[in-house]
Design a binder for this molecule. Sequence first.
Ligand code: DOR
Ligand code: ZN
Length: 338
Amino acid sequence: MDSLTIRRPDDWHLHLRDGEMLSLVAPESRDFARAIVMPNLVPPVVTGAEAAAYRERILAAGFAGPLMTLYLTETTDPADVVAAHASGLVTAVKLYPAGATTNSASGVRDMEAVRPVLVAMEEAGVPLCLHGEVTSPETDIFDREAVFLDRVLTPLRKAHPALKLTLEHVTTAEAVAWVRGNDNVGATITVQHLMKSRNDMLVGGMRPHLYCLPILKRAHHRDALREAATSGDPCFFLGTDSAPHPTHAKEAACCAAGCFTAPIALPCLAHVFEEEEALDRLEGFASLHGPAHYGLPANAETVTLRRTAPYAAPSRVARGGLSVELFDPGHPLHWSLR
Ligand code: DOR
Ligand code: ZN
């Protein structure tokens, strides 16, 4: 197969940031029609009014398809969430366990504190996106997702069976099995978790540009994700979690979490799906399963990926004093949209 025409993809988990960084990275998601935009700004996007203002800044920066989320806090007003969703402004609410990742300090410490919001969301049909990791200091960082399934997600599923859940950036075989075994749940998978394992990050020296959260896991978890993504199962769809940080924040003694993948996500995905002999399933994963999960139409427009001579992925984007390193797939790419 030398070319592949698919419905235009969407990115169901994206960090666009704000200010100068937003201006730099917004055009880099040009391959995607729409994206669920994460609300973990400083300060976070908590209210409908804040989401409306952020949406305007994103449009002005050059990304035309933002689907907005609200950052769930223990003081979130259920009525504001329901109204922002009913008006079409907000697509979902994002739950960060406090302390789990970048800018999560205002997140949830006690699930009981957000119970009224969850009840209102379940009634009104507002989806909940979850960063699925516990933050208990005694839990090993490589186990935080699996422990979250038992300790938080299973009780949540029982308490709110009609609440639509998206388990974000799944990284383990346990999470894949959990998603398959429960109703009314979808899961996003990132490019880096399909392509890399913890060995790629740690053997022969630490590679800060591969450090993200949830952290890369053992190779057999990567393989479980590859199987899920290429299986055709509509529960699984693309959320790049493309998370740009300035180069100085990544190449630091304590490096920030996040891989910047948006500009090369589709050529990387085509590479993975070809390796798995599943190019015919790329459209489902990148363009069809996400809209179906969120009850939205797939994009009418199509894009064509073409096989090219091997080329090196670009290594950074920069403007003025700001630079961001791209995710390094570790080998040349040979699919292109242009
Ligand atoms: O690696 C990550 N980076 N994981 C997250 O959950 C947040 C993200 C960010 O905002 O930088
Ligand atoms: Zn994220």
